[in-house]
Ligand binder design. Structure first.
Ligand SMILES: Cc1cc2nc3c(=O)[nH]c(=O)nc-3n(C[C@H](O)[C@H](O)[C@H](O)COP(=O)(O)O)c2cc1C
Length: 176
């Protein structure tokens, strides 16, 4: 069994991106996924002075090691003001100081969702342009707009989006 690390770029207890990750995990055929929560990887606000004084926080090293040991990554990013939620950007910045290849060229399924009609298109575009320079190997991406209309009780109820997601997951699994 392949070992997948799956998490949302959010620290919300009710994260809709985490809900999408959980659903995606349930669709995996040939892989075992480990669901992480960024709340378990709290790190101080990145700053060059703090880094020089105190080094890299243990939780950034922990997440870095988990990605290094994984066969693939499932990540769904929350969108805040058109880009990454601060909690994701912060640990991502710390990890880039350990290893510029943050995502270690592991096959990645990249997703976004938001309550709005653009489904996190801004953060998806940011990630698609940036991650490849940081060891990101995005095999497939998927964006779910209008989360609360399309997702109910743990399931993607819109058949068209469900098909799109299943096809993205098949591409991702085939690349493992
Ligand atoms: C500070 C802030 C900024 C936001 N900016 C956007 C935005 O630019 N685009 C968008 O679609 N939703 C935006 N939202 C709504 C989020 O998509 C929504 O809160 C969503 O639940 C976040 O994902 P999460 O539940 O996985 O944390 C914003 C929410 C907050 C709190």
């Amino acid at each position: 069994m392949k070992n997948i690390i799956a998490f949302a770029g959010s620290n919300s207890k009710n994260s809709i991106n985490k809900q999408l990750v959980v659903y995606s995990n349930s669709l995996l055929d040939a892989a075992d996924s480990k669901l992480l929560d960024l709340n378990d990887f709290e790190v101080p606000m990145y700053g060059i002075d703090l880094e020089n004084e105190s080094g890299i926080p243990e939780n950034a090293n922990k997440l870095n090691n988990l990605l290094a040991d994984a066969d693939g990554i499932i990540l769904s990013l929350a969108e805040h003001n058109g880009s990454y939620a601060a909690v994701f950007k912060n640990i991502f910045d710390w990890m880039s100081r350990i290893d510029k290849e943050v995502f270690k060229n592991k096959p990645m399924l990249l997703m976004t969702t938001s309550p709005g009609g653009r489904g996190g298109a801004g953060v998806l575009a940011a990630a698609k342009s940036t991650f490849p320079h940081l060891g990101g190997n995005i095999i497939a991406d998927f964006s779910l707009p209008s989360f609360y209309d399309n997702f109910k009780d743990g399931n993607l109820i819109n058949k068209e989006f469900d098909q799109q997601l299943k096809s993205a997951i098949a591409d991702f699994e085939n690349s493992l």
